[in-house]
Structure formats: C-alpha cells, structure tokens
Design a protein around this ligand. Structure first.
Ligand SMILES: [Zn+2]
Length: 482
C-alpha cells in the first residue's frame, strides 16, 4: 500500500516558499499540468470542474441581469485590431499572429484574440441601426491568447479561459449603470460563491483598460499579502463606437454613436481560490464551488467489510443529485492516503464509515476548514450535511475577511508606507493626489501599485499625498500585486 506520509511531504510549506507551495499544490491537487508550449496549461478534470461551477453560478447571474450568450471568432484581421490606436498599443506586445494558413502565406495576418472588442464591435456595427436595437447585452465564454513572458498556472498564462460581456447602450448614463451593475455582480459572486472578500473600486488612468473611459475592478488579498485583480468592468464610452462606426437612429431621428461596456473574469479566479483559502495540506474549496463537496470513505477492515461497504454505497446513492458527494471505495489505498489526497483537493467535508460507526448507526464527519470531527447519525445526514457545508462556506469567508482586515493598514508618510509594503505587504490605504507621476514614483520605489480608488469611501476626507505631500486627495488602495 502507498505510504500515507509521502503524500503531503512533496508540498513546500507556505512559510518556506509561498510561490513554490502554489506550484506544488496546483500539480498535486491535479488542477492542471504543464503543456508542451511554454505558458500554456492543460486544465485537468478536477480543475475544470471548478471552472464549470464558476460558469454555472456566475453565468446564472449574467443571464439573470438580461444578458445572452453568443460566440465570436478566435481570429481577428490585423487591420481590425489596428483600427483603435490605444487598444492596439495596449495589447501589441502580447499579440500572437497567424501568418500562414492552408499552406500559403495569408494576404492579411490574423490576430489570435487577446480580447474581443475589435471583432465584436465590427459585428455590432452591422446589427445596430436604431434605438430599438438597444440595449444590446451579450456575453461570451471563450479562450483568449496573450503571449506572456512570465507565466504562472491560472494567474498568468498565454492562453486562458474567461467570459467577456460586451454591451451597447443609447446613453452614457445607461453604460455607466451597466458597468457598475456588472462590477456588483462580480463582487456578489466572488464573495458569496468563492468566499473571497473583495474591494470594489475604480482604476487609475494608468491602470485602466486600453481604450476605456473608466475601468472598475474588484481586488482581493491573497494569503501571502499580495493583491489580485479578480474581475474588471469597463465603461468604454463612445471610443470604440466611433472607431467601428456603431451608430443608431435615436428617437429624435438623429444619428448617434452608441455607448459601450465590456467586463470579464477569468480562470485567474481559480488561482485566487487556491491562494486565499489554501494551507500546507493543500486546497480548501468553498462548498458552493467545490467539485466534490463531500467525500465518503469507507474504513474497510476484515471485520464487517461487506456491511460497511454496502452501507457506504447505500448512503452515497441517497445523496445522488442532492449533493456533490463522492464515494471513495478504491482498493489498494489506505484510508490515511485517501484522507490526505482529499484534503489536498480541498474537499470541504469528509465522512468516514467504519465498523464502529456502523454499530453506532452513523458516520464520522471531518471538516477540512477546522479539522473538527463529529458524529452524525444516519437519520440526521440529509438535514445536517447542507448545514455543515453552509457553515464551512461562511467560515472560509470570515477567515479571509479577518485576514484582510488584519492586513489592511493606513500609512501617513512615505517611510511608513514603504516599511509596511516591504515588511508586511497587504493593502495600504494612503492619500494620493491623483498625479500619475506620484503613482509612478511610488511604484518604482516600492513595487506597489494603486489597486483601486474605493467606491465605498473608507475615509472620504482628503489629505496630503503620500508621495509629494503637496497635492491632496482621497485614500487609494495600494499593494504589490500578482
Ligand atoms: Zn502626489
């Protein structure tokens, strides 16, 4: 039989090297594997199941707010991407080009989409003529390619999966309301389903999306104290509409340019799940998105082996379609090995059933978040399991919220700011005058960037800028980020 201890031994403890811990865990938990092309990954079934749950839970919210799914092509004629100067400049270094097809040099090179504004806008220009065609609310789930130099599984890969919403509106107010609505949808989804607390705010001019009027984001804090942008929502203004000639006849018979938004979250969210909740024993999956919510492990000894196995099968069948419960009746693995493996995969709740549990008429339940063990009588399982899972979900959120609270600090002068960033990391709230030169100087000297200007003003009072002390401004969230 395989040795129980060996399973976790191969994972670097977080305190030794967080970055290595992350890489060890993504492989060991079988979320992904490295592909032959550098920076690309194969998402394995366990990792993909998390993505499917994200698609289902977020997709439901996207549809509930009136959006419909569609699909646009992977290839964009290079001239189409080049139409919009800021946009092309923003993405140029990361663009992959197709130059040959069908054994011949292509007359026009094709861009593999780094994002789909260009191709979608060219279609919208055909589909929109009148105010009656608005608003147009479309979302697509797809892959995009950005040729990255420094890659890390799920966080930054050359090809990744995401959803991108692209909407068109008659007025600026409507576009702004849509941008903020979707930011709110992301916040609700990430906090309630992924159990990750986020700060919602506006990006600075420097950090906004190439070609956007305004960019908003939700920002999460990882357990190593670095921030991660978990989702973005852009008010594109009329910028793309003018370039791609998306015009509509308004009610007053005037021909007007439309207002647009785009918004997206990606497989980065899986990286966030790993880094916010995980520990030295592996992942901790929030029950709402866990591919396996409950694992049932029969403890098979010579005594009563068949009875224990039969009872385990009977219980598993009872939860079929009600919970994502998996019966682990594999042979050739010790219970200890199985426990370690499911802990590594972050399954929220483990049920053990052995001869003694059978005699007592129930199962032993072990929580992944707290390690707490309890006995649950068979008759109470149907009622108890959803309650325990709900409690785990809430506890994971609360732990992450507390961590963020403890790691959000206010800095009043630059030395203080620099010390916090280099010694403690986390979020730092500090006054910023709004000048891009100060923003750049802070980044150069501390590697911290402005994550966002919070929508909910924590401290609405203006104060002297942390960098120049001359200008005044409200507090911004700073952090070193992924
Ligand atoms: Zn300043």
């Amino acid at each position: 039989m395989a040795n129980d201890k060996e399973f976790v031994k191969e994972v670097t403890p977080q305190a030794v090297d967080f970055s290595q811990w992350y890489l060890d865990v993504v492989l060991k938990a079988e979320l992904m594997d490295y592909a032959p092309v550098k920076g690309c990954m194969a998402i394995r079934p366990y990792g993909y199941a998390i993505w499917e749950n994200i698609q289902q839970l977020l997709g439901g919210r996207i549809k509930a707010t009136g959006h419909k799914n569609a699909y646009f092509p992977l290839f964009i004629p290079q001239s189409l991407l080049q139409k919009e100067a800021e946009h092309v400049e923003g993405f140029a270094p990361e663009v992959a080009l197709v130059t040959r097809g069908g054994g011949e040099e292509l007359a026009e090179k094709l861009v593999v989409r780094p994002t789909s504004e260009a191709i979608i806008c060219s279609m919208y220009a055909k589909w929109i003529q009148s105010w009656r065609d608005l608003p147009l609310l479309i979302n697509q789930w797809c892959n995009v390619v950005r040729w990255e130099k420094n890659t890390r599984p799920f966080l930054r890969t050359s090809e990744f999966l995401w959803q991108e919403g692209h909407t068109v509106h008659a007025t600026e107010d409507e576009a702004e309301a849509e941008t903020l609505q979707m930011l709110g949808v992301y916040q609700d989804f990430v906090e309630n389903e992924l159990a990750i607390p986020v700060v919602a705010g506006r990006k600075t001019e420097k950090e906004k999306f190439a070609g956007a009027l305004r960019t908003y984001s939700i920002e999460a804090l990882m357990s190593d104290g670095r921030a991660l942008q978990a989702g973005t929502s852009h008010n594109l203004g009329q910028h793309f509409a003018r370039v791609f000639e998306i015009q509509f006849q308004d009610k007053d018979d005037e021909l007007k340019y439309a207002w647009q938004t785009s918004w997206g979250v990606s497989t980065r969210l899986i990286g966030a799940l790993i880094m916010v909740h995980g520990d030295d024993r592996g992942l901790k999956m929030p029950p709402r998105v866990a591919p396996v919510q409950v694992v049932l492990v029969p403890i098979l000894m010579k005594k009563k082996k068949e009875e224990v196995l039969n009872k385990a099968r009977e219980l598993a069948a009872r939860f079929n379609g009600k919970l994502r419960l998996e019966l682990d009746d594999r042979e050739g693995y010790s219970p200890g090995w199985k426990f370690n493996e499911w802990e590594m995969k972050g399954v929220p709740l483990r049920l053990e059933i052995g001869p003694r549990d059978l005699e007592n008429g129930g199962v032993t339940a072990v929580r992944r978040d707290t390690g707490e063990k309890s006995f649950v009588a068979e008759g109470d399982l149907m009622q108890q399991l959803p309650l325990i899972l709900q409690d785990i979900q809430e506890n994971l959120f609360e732990q992450a919220r507390q961590f963020r609270q403890e790691n959000t600090r206010h800095a009043e002068d630059f030395d203080n700011f620099r010390n916090i960033i280099s010694e403690k990391r986390g979020f730092v709230l500090a006054h910023w005058c709004g000048d891009a030169a100060c923003e750049e100087k802070i980044k150069e000297q501390t590697k911290a960037t402005i994550r966002c200007l919070p929508l909910k003003e924590l401290d609405g009072v203006e104060g002297p800028c942390i960098c120049c002390y001359k200008g005044r401004g409200k507090k911004a969230y700073f952090a070193r980020a992924y």
